[in-house]
Design a protein around this ligand. Structure first.
Ligand code: SAM
Length: 269
């Protein structure tokens, strides 16, 4: 399959799953409507509330994080290439009483489609691995940022891609330079039992060096990079879910590796 066929397969995968995710216990939409935040505590510390500041969420999926940022005072725009995901985001935002803008667009076309700039670009938690060309993505981020604005990226740590589904070992190549194409058995991380028909995905694993170098290459200044020892899904059987915050951590006695990271990178004024 060529690159466009792989991206079309990914779009079909997300289109089918967006309504399923909106009804899943994973995305906690009912709790969001009742006032719960979808964001991690560290995100609330790293991105302080700024009333009136514009925030663009690239690859916003069904908008649960975007809506949570809107509640913190940001003027939010959510963008995703899946029309069903944006339809769910619009519906959930209305139920939450949130006044956001919701745009269907491929990330790479965002500067032309949006035709404006933002103070903050937020993205991540399973976003950039769906993109084949991180150099073009960084240019898009730069084009969409106001001078003095910044990218706030929160992602699953690329080192975690080396882990097997089961156990604790180096099972996959950190430096893999080919897309990871998988015909999965159906369902998803949020709804494993759900019967689905579009089950082929392609992901492009980017090393931490590639990610930071792409961000720096467009002139953004990386102000910090933080690493965290927990994540949002059972990436391997040796992660244990905490009943308190529902996050997944490495079992006691096993040496830890970072599972999530965050980066702030600022555009010069
Ligand atoms: C895991 S979700 C985003 C993470 C978000 N934190 C969440 O879970 O709600 C990945 C999203 O990326 C979107 N996506 C994938 N490739 C894209 C592209 N090329 N342009 C725009 N959106 C894309 C998918 O439609 C999906 O909604």
């Amino acid at each position: 399959m060529d690159r466009d066929e792989l991206v079309a397969a990914n779009l079909a995968w997300w289109d089918e799953r967006a309504p399923v995710h909106a009804n899943s216990s994973f995305y906690r939409v009912e709790q969001l409507i009742n006032g719960e935040s979808a964001l991690d505590p560290f995100e609330l510390e790293e991105l302080p509330s700024e009333t009136g500041t514009s925030l663009l969420h690239l690859q916003c999926h069904i908008g649960t994080d975007t809506i949570s940022w809107a509640r913190r005072g940001f003027q939010v725009t959510g963008l995703d290439f899946s029309a069903p995901a944006i339809a769910e985001a619009r519906r959930i935002a209305a139920a939450c009483g949130i006044d956001g803008k919701w745009i269907v667009s491929d990330v790479y076309a965002a500067p032309e489609v949006l035709n404006r700039r933002f103070d903050i670009i937020y993205t991540g938690k399973g976003a950039i691995d769906w993109l084949d060309d991180l150099g073009s993505w960084a240019k898009v981020v730069d084009q969409l940022l106001n001078p003095g604005g910044y990218l706030y990226l929160v992602e699953f740590h690329p080192i975690t891609w080396i882990l097997p589904d089961d156990g604790w070992a180096i099972a996959n190549d950190y430096f893999a330079d080919q897309p990871y194409v998988e015909a999965d058995p159906g369902g998803s991380y949020a709804a494993p039992e759900h019967v689905t028909h579009a089950n082929l995905t392609a992901e492009w694993h980017h090393t931490l060096g590639e990610i930071i170098s792409c961000i720096a290459s467009v002139g953004l200044t990386v102000e910090w990079l933080h690493e965290f020892d927990y994540t949002h899904f059972a990436q391997t059987t040796l992660l244990e879910q905490s009943p308190d915050d529902r996050r997944y951590r490495i079992s006691a006695g096993i040496p830890r590796i970072p599972l999530l990271y965050s980066i702030r990178a600022r555009k010069p004024s």
